[in-house]
Design a protein around this ligand. Sequence first.
Ligand code: UT7
Length: 344
Amino acid sequence: MSQKPQNEFNNITMTKIRAAITGVNGYVPEYILTNNELATMIDTTDEWIMTRIGIKERRIQKGEGLGTSDMGAEAVLGLLKKTNTKPEDVDFLICATVTPDMQFPATANVISDKVGITNAFSFDLNAGCSGFLFALATASKYVESGEYKKVIVVGAEKMSSIVDYTDRAVCPIFGDGAAAVMLEPTTEDLGIVDSMMKVDGAGRKYLHQKAGGSVKPSSHETIDAREHFIYQEGQPVFKYAVTNMADISVEMMKKHNLTADDIAWLVPHQANMRIIDATANRMGLSKEKVMINIQKYGNTTAATLPLCLWEWESQLKKGDNIILAAFGAGFTWGAIYLKWAYNS
Ligand code: UT7
């Protein structure tokens, strides 16, 4: 059903364009790092990791010279094939990542080059674990403008490149992977309806990388102090994540008069099973409506949400009301409400 609001000043009929996801594809590396293998590297147990986080195993990208763009390119290549899109027809690509191939140029440009996207502009977006959500909201505005017809949003991370595998409070959490969606315009009552995004930069003290940036460039000392790895104070991050991810999801429901019955799926960021449960509970959703694959991929940061969409794609139906929600480093958090646009 098309929506045609009247322009009251000159009586021109305008057609509202929305951005709809028209395809999704993911890629995870083959190597599986299990809790049992981790227990040979650090003082931990499968039981502790399952109880406190809910992760059984995660994927790790192995191989000399491989990085985030290689996983991103795999995801995008498969997406182009699935959606029958020629690379030269893509207008714009955003890569959400905190583990770019290098500080510059943007990993998005490297992905575009690797898959043959030559008529597009592209850039990276860093919003921690909310990266895909922020990138999807950003890309949707370009599509809504009517000027961009085929836009790709990819979340890709080689978290293993910044994880300290001697830090038992951090290393069980993260994994590697990538997934991408195609966004195209629609005038039907489908696609991205609304996005809400928030940041609180004061939260940066609890989750960041101490060295390797302009404040503290890499040096022998920073390497010796292991400052190029993730620094995380788990408890405050947990506390803020539980509150903010649940609050914004509930706010989105209230804004659109959505009850739990109206929602087909919650796609939550996969950081900790307890954070996912708390968000679903606050929204009044039963577990069957929540996409959960944390047990096999862990926290792939900007890749968690599209990896879920990829895995559940065959179960999604045209018109399904879906809420995506995330929380991450920054602090960043947010929610997107969309109506799924196709049956697979
Ligand atoms: O997307 C945003 C990214 N990050 C997050 O969302 C992370 C949010 N935070 C969390 O998920 C949790 O805080 C963690 C999973 C990181 C930690 O769980 P916790 O329940 O907050 O544990 P804790 O840090 O309070 O540590 C409890 C105990 C400590 O021992 P003591 O001091 O009580 O003796 C830790 O040393 O658990 C110990 N511990 C471990 N024990 C076995 C910490 N890591 C491990 C481990 N295995 N891997």
